[in-house]
Design a protein around this ligand. Sequence first.
Ligand SMILES: Cc1ncc(COP(=O)(O)O)c(C=O)c1O
Length: 431
Amino acid sequence: MNTIEKDRAYLVQCYTTDPVVFTHGKGVCLYDENGKEYLDFSGQFSSDSLGHGNEEMIQAITDQMRKITNVTSCFPTEERASLAEKMVAITPDGLDYVMFGCTGSDANEFALKAAKYYQGGGKIISFRRGFHGSTAGSAAATGKSETIQESASISELLPGGFVHSAAPYCYRCDFGRTQGECGMECLHYLEQTILQEGGEKVAAIITEPVFAAGGVIVPPKGFLKGVRELCDKYHILLIFDEVVTGLGQTGTMFACEYEGVTPDILVTGKALTSGYIPGSAVVMRREIGEAMSKISLHGHTHSCYPLAMRAALKNIEIIERDNLVENSRIVGDYLHQKLLELKNEFPEIGDVRGRGLLQGFELTDQENGKDKWTLGQILYKTMLENGLVTELESRKNLGNVVVVLHPALIVTEQDIDRAAAVIRDSLKACQ
Ligand SMILES: Cc1ncc(COP(=O)(O)O)c(C=O)c1O
């Protein structure tokens, strides 16, 4: 059996796997078994800041392995103390206490627990196109319908007390309004939802500052500020899930800086360690952290895994030293412009959205006889065959097909030109 056959024979195929076996990577490129080169514009589910095969990361993790690899969260290490200090330094003022985890899902799980505990219970409001993870609480907060919610039997695992409000999705406004003339109806609806759930009885609102997996939905200016104001008005905690947007991905260290809105709890994961060792972090207001310090109701064996702590420290050091947040802003703008040019050329592209290096284009409903669902699948496969790895977000119950492009922060304008050429050729081939 070859690798793909063996994989299919023995592994639960929860993900729709692609027929490509990557064997190594360098920078923004991946290579398959036959030595074929691919530009990785998927960021591997947005977890890749520094690109593949970064020698400094490999060295730091190797050194850490020799120093100490495995101690449980019961023992402080120099690495976790230093990373906690660093997380407080790089997140907005007012966020002073840190908890570490292994994945974005368990970090969100902690954030939800902390909010509920601090508030003495209460509902959690999230948004319909948001994604927060695949553990019970984080999946319940996920508004973007996932298999776990769609399956009657599995959804019994989801806790109650989660309510989903309308996402600020201007391209397909839930209220049929046009951007700029809508009076931010989604915010009014959110306030109605809060009131419906008892106002101050709501514990927290959780949202991504840019809805990544829901189709790179960038809220209109003023939306996040409006959410903050509603939280203050009704004494609700605000949780920003920056698991995708954190660490420079959208052109600022954290996406919440764009509008100057500070949450009470900020969650980060994925690119925290640039994907070299899985790790996540929750940074919160001191009072919330101190309340959670009094109880022992959260933690995994490897919550403060020294290798992850070291990987995150080195990752942040490189991001700061090499001005990669600025690169994300500048090259991200360039990518956005290139996608707008493609939109002018191809009627199949209906909208181009994004901030920094988190960008996406949405396919129009019907063009040249091919429905957008089929086109999305064919386009994704054609781009892959042509050497460009992307992420496809396509769900009929959400009504959108979005090609997500999220290259590593080290990407250059030349890489963007190469990727744009592949998208152009692939779109032509699909026509
Ligand atoms: C915004 C957001 N939050 C949380 C998660 C869950 O992270 P993980 O897959 O590491 O559990 C994801 C995963 O895609 C995500 O996009």
